[in-house]
Design a protein around this ligand. Structure first.
Ligand code: ZN
Ligand code: ZN
Length: 1223
């Protein structure tokens, strides 16, 4: 720097003036005359320090530096900074480079800091001392940290040549920054050495001190001095009552330092707490004027310091050993303190599952390389070890901790493979060991997110109140991080999740962890006793013993859960498993693809490792009407029941946080495929599109429901709650309401409503909506304070006022909460409008349906209106509603009687398939298949109390009821209300959804399904009115064969396939793949009745008693002609054209009349017709027989028609049926 000397002289003058003014203001005792000597001393001190560094470039004064007061640092220094007067730029650069390896170095400022080093926060109070260290000037006081304190520095004025200042971090609620003093401070005035005690000092060494303690009588040595080498330093323990630490001295000479001979000294005088910063393990000290005292609750005595005790370095030449034998004046009673009685109130946890391990106590020096969780006190050391400081009170150290800090850990526990997701070995000091700062970090602290800053007091609570061991604590901190990522900040504020838990204000985080912690945390063990933890041998502390933790559970985001569910659904999707052989080999292309089109998978939490916990906020979708669980990652549709058969009806659940360990993830797979035939099933290319719908379902009784504080809305923001998700208003101060009793709810579907006059003239589109019919209970009530005023009387209260309430737009969010038989309050917030609930809505629903429903009025529920559930017991004039679900009688249900075509029943779903839409038009033009949405067929078993075997029924769900509501899954129990009953051409009763249908899932599919074996019955049992099973098995005899047909059809168009060609006209079929189909009709009897059994496809092989290879050869023979069809006249009848018959026909004819087919079998079957026809409506007929000359007239039961499910050979049936076992 080439500054001209005159200029430099001028700036020196300015600098000196500024310095004088500064010193006068900040360092001179307030209100006194300018202290010239002090000013000169300070400037000299600065000058000397400045000149010692190499980079002063010939300037005698650090002109580029300015003085800074404590107040200026505190109030103006926002970013952290450092200042190194004694460092050259090269030194700083080398230092910064070291920091810059993995972060930013602290920015350098050119500041001169002076102040008095003290352990007093306030000027006067002795009791204020708690071992902390401060730098003070006239303008204020700053916390500081120092590596190696010399006690003689306290109370003196220093220039700090090298320091950094860190403003308070976000987690730091004290709001005070702190100084890190890098190098030895330079005293402004030379430090006068303290006079010290007269030498030689008579001292006791540890062994003698121990013996003295053990002596029962009061020692005659008054306040002896103890000398020895520092071997152990405990943590500084601060409780509400007092603060203290314990140090242990051993014999200073190597010869005498065997393990047992050390003595512990408690330091608890406030003014001596600062010793904790000065003591260095390994050095030798003398502590003067010690006393013996007894600790409350202990049987033994310890050395403690007195108010006038001093800590001095041990200089062997200045001490002489006290002759103990002489002083005691007699023989020692006991050489050693009594062994401590083992405490027995701590439960022995050896019987816990898993191996209990012992941690190792060791000392370690290392550098912090990462901050893993600042509030939880978890760091990374040397890139490979974990460090958890939370088992100590480490508030002072916490602010210093960042990558680059060097630490020495004395008597720290090493825990290896703690489990619970922690991968590295952990070091954790308990109160017995000290964490000593060995070096500050040159790195600038990183800005912290809320997650990195909040929650320290909650984590402390986990350790000090919940008393978690380290493995569980590590898991809990991970789980809380996981929860915060899942929920904060949009669903929940960090401070709500991580706040300190108090009785009236529990922490949500702790509540969410509680179910897992309750199982794993030890039962209430006595709280930590710091003195025992430090002094007692053998050592006991929460870190001493540990058990490897199996990760109890995790809280995946809903997006992860959905992904995982989909992943599993597609990983397990295998067309060959869904369509097992040999059944699949007879399916046409169309049947095949339809069977693959819908399938589902239920994923249970127990199949995850670790178990997954479902967690989210319950939201009612105003777009789709269903319930959702939501977190930051997204939402998942959910189906909730309070408990089996009890639907959800309280809208207050909206917005609550729901935590469930028992739940089902339901993945519905939709596949669009064009497999030409079963042979190509393994070729994935035939799958054109696949998509999955993931939902969850669970009982609220199994879940933890927590109300969540409403998100704080900034008053200035103009954004109103989005129309799609109106927030629940917090108890509006104005409003009116009216009670109603719900009598019927209709389906949620797209309906046409007229546009109210004045609304947008767009062509009305069908809107997702639903209606309920209800009865008003009393009149409108106005808001009065927090409750509701008396009902307005209008004179027509005695009439039953039925109303049709229409929910469209965002009010469809109430759909899941409305159920017949419940009383609700409809609340309209805002200033009361007369006749609000009385006037008919503008929804222009035509008058006719209203009349049909018997309603006098119709009202559209506005978006901002809300619903509340009322307990009907509280309302005096509620008509006693029958809350039981109305059910149609079985006779009504199954008869052809159509006086009421609307039926209601509860049933268990047996199967669900996609099929062609009803009614029949199967053939659609090619290319229009996209528009055809098909139809869902659900087969149910009716729940009947009076029947042994429940009748089966098919329910068809078509547009606009597609996709079906959540929960219609095989195994689920469902209540259907107002289904439309129809009868097919073959007189089968079936049902279909209509707009007034109300569906309520009663229970979810059981987690494990065991299929009951079919009942074994006599065929005559099927004739008993209404008491026959739909599926059963019977041991019977095949009497005769009526007909047999085997053919090959085109897999694409089902036309006959002859000579390797499809016979469809024009034959434009894209693939020429034939599939075989077969069908046989048999007469069986079991001695009680006869039945005609139809067997199809591979069951024909079973009926004919052919083994797979024989069946395959037979099918190959048919391939040539394409079709074989045989009719049999009855037992013993002759074929009409046997002469002309083909060999194949002749063979089949012979086979079907031989004992290979006509044999005893075990037949599993289902009734060919669904219940209506088998009912006794068809009485036994009179039939005429000719017996020789005699005509006979006899009653004959109608023939039972059965469909074969399987045919098995009768066991131990001798020679019959041998052909089946021959191959
Ligand atoms: Zn310990
Ligand atoms: Zn064809």
């Amino acid at each position: 720097m080439a500054a001209c000397p005159a200029q430099a002289l001028g700036s020196e003058q300015t600098w000196l003036e500024a310095a004088q003014a500064f010193i006068q203001e900040t360092l001179c005792p307030a209100g006194e005359e300018p202290d010239v000597r002090l000013t000169q001393q300070v400037i000299d001190c600065v000058k000397t320090t400045w000149l010692t560094q190499g980079g002063n470039q010939g300037f005698t004064l650090p002109l580029s530096y300015r003085f800074v007061s404590v107040r200026d640092l505190r109030s103006h220094q926002r970013p952290p900074c450092c200042s190194h007067l004694s460092w050259s730029s090269t030194e700083y650069q080398a230092w910064a480079q070291e920091a810059g390896l993995s972060g930013l170095p602290l920015p350098r400022e050119q500041l001169l800091l002076l102040g008095t080093l003290t352990d007093l926060l306030e000027d006067l109070e002795q009791e204020c001392r708690n071992g902390s260290l401060y730098v003070r000037d006239n303008t204020g006081v700053l916390d500081c940290e120092l590596i190696d304190l010399d006690l003689s520095w306290l109370g003196h004025l220093f220039l700090f040549p090298s320091w950094s200042y860190l403003p308070p971090a976000r987690w730091n609620c004290s709001g005070r920054g702190h100084l890190e003093l890098w190098s030895v401070p330079v005293p402004v005035f030379p430090l006068a050495g303290s006079p010290g005690p007269p030498s030689p000092l008579s001292v006791l060494y540890p062994e003698a001190a121990c013996r003295l303690l053990g002596h029962s009588s009061k020692p005659r040595v008054v306040h002896p001095n103890l000398a020895g080498k520092l071997v152990r330093l405990s943590a500084l323990v601060k409780s509400q009552k007092k603060a203290y630490f314990v140090l242990s001295l051993c014999e200073p000479s190597p010869a005498g330092s065997h393990a047992g001979s050390h003595v512990s000294i408690i330091v608890q005088v406030p003014a001596q707490l600062v010793w904790h910063r000065a003591l260095q393990p390994g050095r030798a000290y003398v502590l003067t004027k010690l006393r013996v005292s007894r600790i409350a609750g202990y049987h033994y005595r310890v050395w403690t310091t007195g108010p006038s005790s001093q800590l001095l370095p041990l200089k062997p030449e200045c001490v002489r050993e006290l002759d103990l034998g002489l002083e005691l004046g007699g023989p020692l009673l006991e050489a050693d303190p009594k062994p401590l009685p083992r405490t027995s109130n701590v439960p022995d946890r050896k019987d816990q599952k898993g191996l209990v391990r012992d941690s190792r106590l060791l000392s370690y020096q290392g550098t912090v390389t990462g901050v893993l969780n600042q509030p939880a006190g978890i760091y990374e050391l040397d890139g490979q070890l974990g460090l958890c400081l939370s088992y100590q009170q480490f508030q002072g150290l916490r602010r210093v901790m960042r990558p680059g800090v060097r630490l020495e850990l004395q008597d720290v526990h090493l825990l290896q493979s703690v489990g619970g997701g922690a991968t590295r070995p952990m070091l954790a000091p308990c109160l017995r060991g000290a964490v000593l700062l060995r070096g500050f970090s040159p790195r600038k602290p990183e800005t912290q997110s809320s997650l990195q800053a909040l929650g320290a007091s909650l984590y402390e609570q986990l350790i000090w109140e919940q008393q978690l061991g380290l493995p569980l604590y590590l898991w809990a901190t991970k789980a809380l991080e996981e929860l915060a990522r899942k929920l904060c900040p949009h669903v929940l504020r960090h401070r709500h999740l991580l706040q300190h838990s108090s009785p009236g204000n529990p922490s949500l985080g702790l509540q969410l962890l509680a179910p897992a912690l309750d199982v794993l945390a030890p039962p209430r063990i006595p709280s930590r006793d710091a003195q025992r933890e430090i002094l007692e041998e053998p050592h006991r502390c929460p870190l001493q013993k540990y058990t490897r933790l199996q990760t109890p559970c995790s809280f995946p985001t809903l997006a992860t859960l959905t992904e995982e569910g989909q992943g599993r659904a597609w990983a397990s999707f295998d067309p060959k498993t869904l369509l097992p052989f040999p059944e699949v080999s007879h399916l046409t292309s169309c049947q095949l693809n339809q069977r693959l089109a819908w399938s589902w998978l239920c994923v249970l939490p127990s199949t995850f490792r670790p178990a997954q916990v479902l967690l989210g906020v319950l939201v009612a979708s105003s777009r789709k009407g269903h319930l959702q669980l939501r977190d930051q990652s997204g939402s998942v549709p959910c189906l909730l029941l309070n408990e089996p058969s009890r639907p959800l009806s309280d809208p207050r659940l909206i917005g609550c946080l729901v935590r469930a360990e028992r739940f089902q993830v339901v993945v519905e797979r939709r596949v669009r495929s064009n497999f030409p035939s079963w042979k190509e099933l393994s070729i994935a290319g035939f799958i054109q599109k696949q998509w999955a719908r993931v939902s969850v379902q669970f009982f609220l009784a199994d879940a933890l429901v927590l109300s969540v504080p409403r998100p704080f809305l900034h008053p200035g923001t103009p954004s109103t709650p989005a129309r799609t998700e109106p927030a629940l208003p917090n108890a509006p101060s104005l409003g009116q309401s009216r009670l109603f009793l719900l009598s019927h709810k209709e389906a949620l579907m797209k309906r046409n409503f007229c546009v109210p006059p004045g609304a947008s003239p767009k062509v009305p589109k069908p809107t997702l909506s639903f209606c309920i019919t209800a009865s008003w209970l009393g009149g409108t009530q106005r808001k009065e304070g927090t409750g509701w005023g008396p009902a307005e009387l209008r004179g027509d209260e005695n009439l039953e006022q039925k109303v049709l309430l229409i929910f469209l737009g965002s009010s469809i969010r109430w759909f899941e909460f409305l159920h017949p038989g419940q009383v609700y309050r409809l609340v309209a917030p805002g200033p009361p409008t007369p006749m609000l609930f009385e006037k008919s809505g503008s929804s222009c629903i035509s008058q006719r349906p209203l009349e049909l429903a018997g309603c006098t009025s119709c009202l559209t529920v506005q978006d901002e209106w809300t619903l509340e559930l009322e307990s009907s017991q509280d309302i005096p004039d509620v008509p006693r509603v029958n809350k039981a679900l109305s059910e149609s009688s079985l006779t009504d249900l199954l008869s052809d009687n159509f006086t009421d075509s609307l039926v209601s029943f509860s049933a268990e779903i047996l199967s669900r398939t996609l099929c062609e839409p009803l009614p029949v038009p199967v053939w659609t033009k090619p290319g229009s298949s996209g528009a055809r949405r098909g139809c869902v067929k659900v087969t149910v078993a009716l729940e009947t109390s009076d029947r042994e075997f429940p009748p089966h029924l098919d329910i068809y769900i078509e547009d606009p009821h597609l996709p079906p509501p959540l929960g219609l899954l095989p195994g689920a129990r469902v209540y259907f209300n107002q289904l439309e009953k129809r009868v097919s051409r073959s007189h089968n009763v079936y049902c279909s959804f209509r707009s007034s249908t109300y569906v309520q899932v009663l229970s979810f599919p059981p987690e494990t399904r065991v299929s009951d074996p079919l009942p074994h019955i006599y065929l005559a049992g099927l004739l008993r009115a209404g008491r026959a099973p739909f599926r059963a098995m019977a041991s019977c005899h095949i009497v005769s064969v009526f007909s047999l047909q085997i053919l090959w059809v085109c897999a694409h168009c089902t036309s006959l396939f002859i000579q390797g060609r499809c016979t469809h006209l024009g034959s434009t079929c894209p693939t020429q793949t034939p599939v075989s189909q077969a069908n046989i009709r048999l007469l069986v009897e079991d001695g009680t009745a006869e039945a005609v059994v139809t067997c199809r496809n591979h069951h024909v092989a079973e009926a004919l008693g052919l083994c797979p290879s024989e069946w395959t050869s037979l099918l190959e023979f048919v391939r040539g002609p394409g079709k074989v069809a045989l009719q049999f006249m009855g037992p013993g009848a002759q074929p009409e054209s046997s002469a002309k018959a083909e060999p194949l026909t002749r063979f089949l004819r012979t086979l079907c009349t031989s004992v290979s087919v006509l044999r005893p079998v075990v037949l599993s079957f289902e009734c060919e017709k669904k219940p209506s026809k088998i009912s006794p409506s068809e009485p036994p007929r009179l039939q005429r027989f000719q017996c020789g000359e005699l005509p006979l007239l006899t009653r004959v039961n109608p023939r039972i028609q059965l469909l074969c499910l399987s045919i098995q050979e009768l066991k131990h049936s001798g020679s019959l049926g041998a052909s089946a076992s021959a191959c």
